[in-house]
Design a protein around this ligand. Structure first.
Ligand code: CP
Length: 292
């Protein structure tokens, strides 16, 4: 089976093929591309967007979807993750979509099951379908990322979205700037800054990220209010600049982005979510559509 555990699993050609499917799927019509396929969602971390959009995407393509209620599953009785996956795999799904707080879980599971494994976010490592929907959203606006400048703002060290975005954006020709307080910046060869103003001056698009306090081991970080003082993207800061503002969600409103910019037409947050359904339909078609 084909898996998607990391953005680098897909070649540029495969990504462009997925985007060409996604453009057709933006009408959200019901289709039969995946009739008879079975997809299981197992989310060990909470989700609003990824889980529901995968379910909608699968159903729009005619597949059946089972959502394992992890909190009520037998993992609470001590069954291991591997046994959980092996038992679900024995029920004959075509794909298992997994989110887990440990980096590397989807990759390891892919070696133990017959079906496709799709990574819906693993720890601070990767969120490939988010990266793809972010890339798609910008390609829809710009046609190409060649020479474009994208600033990624916030808790980058803990962000799987940042990892997936950076890998894809740079592969498609964009320059990235990583922006945040020192304790949020990773060890990296990419340029970094602590100045939001510098980032906004530089960028054709900014991607704001949620501060992931649930992943902070040493609370070097004082408060979300302190973070907001220096890193909240506001309408006042961006003025009349021709720039897109994005966020993968969930947004800490008036911490990451202010109310005014959330309502601005340059803010693509809900367009990202809409595109996310079409891109996930396209990913499912690419991975499962011509299997057997
Ligand atoms: N962007 C994203 O992964 O959102 P959820 O955590 O709600 O799925």
């Amino acid at each position: 089976s084909k898996h998607l555990t990391h953005t680098a699993d897909l070649s540029k050609e495969e990504i462009l093929q997925i985007f060409s499917y996604a453009k057709n799927f933006l009408d959200f019509k019901k289709r039969d591309d995946l009739n008879g396929k079975l997809i299981i969602n197992i989310f060990f971390e909470n989700s609003t967007r990824t889980r529901s959009s995968f379910e909608i995407a699968a159903k729009r393509l005619g597949a059946d979807v089972v959502n394992l209620d992890v909190a009520r599953s037998s993992t609470s009785k001590g069954e291991t993750l591997f046994d959980t996956a092996a038992n679900l795999d024995a029920m004959g799904p075509d794909a298992i979509i997994v989110r887990h707080n440990r980096a590397g879980v989807p990759k390891i599971l892919s070696k133990y099951v017959k079906c496709s494994i799709i990574n819906a976010g693993d720890g601070a490592h990767q969120h490939p379908t988010q990266g793809l929907l972010d890339l798609f959203t910008l390609m829809q606006k710009w046609g190409s990322l060649e020479g474009k400048k994208i600033a990624i703002i916030g808790d980058i060290r803990n962000s799987r979205v940042a990892n997936s975005d950076i890998e894809l954006f740079t592969r498609f020709g964009a320059k990235v700037l990583l922006v945040g307080p020192p304790q949020f910046l990773p060890q990296t060869h990419f340029p970094t800054t602590n100045s939001l103003k510098e980032a906004i001056d530089f960028a054709d698009a900014v991607i704001s990220l949620r501060t992931q306090t649930e992943r902070h081991k040493n609370p070097t970080f004082s408060s979300l209010q302190d973070y907001a003082q220096n890193f909240k993207v506001t309408k006042k800061l961006i003025g009349n600049k021709d720039i897109f503002v994005m966020h993968p969600g969930p947004v800490h409103r008036n911490i990451d982005l202010d109310d005014e910019i959330m309502d601005d037409e340059r803010c693509l947050v809900l367009e990202q979510v809409k595109n996310g359904v079409a891109v996930r339909m396209a990913i499912l078609k690419h991975l499962l559509g011509d299997s057997k």
